[in-house]
Design a protein around this ligand. Structure first.
Ligand code: F6R
Length: 608
């Protein structure tokens, strides 16, 4: 959370930094700030609220210069005000620091610094950093930074700019990501690659415990003892256009509509000419996977919903007992991890602090970790024994959509892969299943054609005081995901519930003003869902059914109906979620919400 960017080169720095911050805005958007050096002097501008406020201000009166740092904030310590916005400064305002992470011992440090006469103006933990550097400065900025970070507990990615060394940005990484972009007579640094790609595709990935001196024609990297390290420059093939909305109004909308192509890409990568599933880059031995006795999947939010479906299919097809844990719970309860257990982590960003902590817990207990991530060089990718890119492509919209269906697809493929290793499925069965998976993208295309109809339903339900999402079996997690999408982007009160459990309390919420989305595709549990629908109707709730094309019985009981094409029951979660994503999107539009920047949220949750 929080995005940081720095630039040194010949370009106009205000504009490079603002375009960079726009790309990072998904990491936080409570407030933003910029500091640059122009004619040897440090200047800054900060604003509370969305980035546009700062942008408008800088357009009217730019700071100027060719070197600068910038920050977009997701508040941890201190409300989102101008004073709490980054960069923060020392007393003389000659050292500026932008920080992503948390300084855990800041109260103690602040007390010591205040006693020495330092004056603080913000409520943040981050402000101790420039004051510490000021305190430790003895003519050599790098030495002062090294001395200061040795006193910090917690996580930090820092970019530091100072009049003491006006041609250099100092970047530091400990437990929060930082990437350096190497250009021609210009260099950049940022929380991820997205702001850098407009300028160069050559990257240096800083590791924990590294500090870089970034000048316009030189990048030098050191460890925290000050010893120089040789780093390799890597070329990435992510395309700059992937960070553009294209013809769509919002990233979320673009990403919903991209899902057929995402799934085609995953299937093309994983299903070989032999009709079987392959994970060529897999770094955990086949022999180990063949004897895995238990899988624990740990994840957060939408990724946790995908994990719940993963449990169903791993148990059904690979016959491996599977538990699913919310990472922030898993990490603190001293889990029992015996020899043949595999811990799986699922994370779009690859940076989620709790999921990462769960991985560290597993590794501390000598347990192998298999991760599905969507960001190749993320921390989770680096720390797992085997990290598989889920291949959704950059997901910018804060509400996860295409990453969710990519997670599901990867879990299906992983299940088929392990089922074959365990001989719980024959080659023929795996190939037949893979063929069914290949039909999914066109089925999603069919659902997307209903978007205009969904828009109309959204208008009808936008004023409901509460929306309830019900499902059973594999579509119980789909109901949870439908409710999460709606509440996070439209701020409408929504709950997801297992339909059979609903009568044990929550049904008391139902009256004629409440909308109830019933996920009820054809299959084994359809009749049970029909009974649950009747229970809700008897209490005057309004039913929106998500049912299989041509289903007359669902149409008879529902007030509104959305169809998915017919498919095997086990694959329905890949389809039922699509109309719910669109429903949430159009309700948020109807209510005038900022779909890609919902309040209080950030895309990459790097704090506990
Ligand atoms: C909801 C959403 C979040 C994330 C959660 C985990 O739309 O995006 O619930 O799923 O914060 O994030 P990752 O997958 O990056 O670990």
């Amino acid at each position: 959370m929080c995005g940081i960017v720095g630039y040194v080169g010949a370009k106009f720095v205000d504009s490079v930094l603002m375009v960079g911050l726009e790309r990072l805005e998904y990491r936080g958007y409570d407030s933003a700030g910029v500091a640059t050096i122009s004619n040897g002097e440090l200047g800054f501008r900060k604003k509370a609220g969305k980035l546009k406020i700062l942008d408008d201000n800088l357009k009217q009166s730019p700071l100027g210069g060719n070197i600068g740092i910038a920050h977009t904030r997701w508040a941890t310590h201190g409300v989102p005000t101008e004073q709490n916005a980054h960069p923060h400064f020392d007393c003389k305002r000659v050292i500026a620091v932008a920080h992503n992470g948390i300084i855990e011992n800041y109260t103690k440090l602040k007390e010591v610094l205040v006693n020495k006469g330092h004056v603080f103006i913000s409520e943040t933990d981050s402000e101790v950093i420039p004051h510490l550097i000021e305190e430790n400065f003895n003519g050599d900025l790098k030495e002062a930074v090294l001395k200061s970070i040795a006193e910090l507990d917690g996580s930090f990615a820092l970019v530091i700019l100072s009049e003491h060394q006006p041609d250099t940005i100092i970047a530091v990484r400990k437990k929060s990501p930082l990437v350096i972009g190497v250009g021609k007579d210009e260099n950049l640094v940022a929380s991820d690659e997205s702001p850098i790609l407009t300028h160069t595709n050559k990257m240096i990935y800083l590791e924990d415990g590294e500090l870089a001196l970034i000048k316009k024609d030189k990048v030098e990297v050191f460890d925290f003892t000050g010893k120089k390290i040789e780093k390799t420059v890597q070329e990435v093939d992510t395309k700059n256009e992937e960070f553009d909305k294209g013809k769509f109004d919002h990233f979320m909308q673009k990403e919903i509509f991209e899902q057929p192509e995402v799934i085609e890409r995953i299937l093309a990568e994983r299903i070989g000419e032999d009709g079987l599933v392959h994970f060529k880059e897999r770094k955990i031995k086949r022999e180990f996977l063949a004897k895995v006795g238990k899988i624990i999947i740990q994840a957060c939010g939408t990724s946790w919903h995908a994990a719940l479906i993963g449990k169903f299919i791993l148990e059904k097809y690979a016959r491996i007992p599977t538990e699913v844990e919310i990472s922030s719970e898993f990490r603190y309860r001293n889990p029992i991890l015996v020899g043949d257990t595999l811990v799986m982590a699922i994370s779009q960003s690859g940076e989620t602090a709790d999921t990462l902590a769960g991985i560290r817990e597993a590794k501390a207990k000598f347990t192998k970790v298999w991760s599905f991530i969507n960001v190749e060089n993320s921390t989770i990718a680096k720390e797992s024994d085997c990290a598989i890119n889920m291949l959704a492509g950059p997901e910018i919209g804060v509400a996860s959509t295409k990453a969710y269906t990519a997670q599901l697809m990867n879990l299906f493929l992983f299940t088929l892969y392990v089922a074959r290793l365990k001989y719980s499925m024959s080659n023929e069965q795996v190939s037949a299943f893979a063929l069914e998976l290949k039909a999914i993208p066109n089925k999603i295309r069919e659902i997307l054609k209903q978007s205009e109809k969904i828009k109309i339903f959204a208008k009808e339900y936008a004023a409901s005081p509460l929306m309830i999402f019900l499902g059973r079996g594999l579509n119980y997690p789909s109901a949870l995901e439908g409710a999460l999408k709606l509440k996070e982007i439209s701020y409408m009160h929504a709950i997801g519930y297992p339909a059979g459990e609903f009568k044990h309390g929550p049904i008391a919420l139902v009256d004629e003003k409440v909308g109830v989305v019933c996920v009820m595709p054809e299959g084994e549990l359809f009749e049970k869902m029909i009974s649950n629908v009747h229970e809700v109707k008897a209490r005057k709730g309004k039913i929106i059914a998500i049912a299989t094309e041509g289903d007359r019985r669902a149409a008879e009981v529902a007030d509104s109906i959305l169809y998915i094409p017919s498919c095997s029951e086990v694959l329905t979660p890949l389809l039922t979620v699509i109309p719910m994503q669109l429903f949430a999107y159009y309700i948020a539009i109807e209510k005038g919400c900022d779909v890609d920047r919902p309040r209080n949220l950030a895309k990459s949750v790097t704090v506990e």
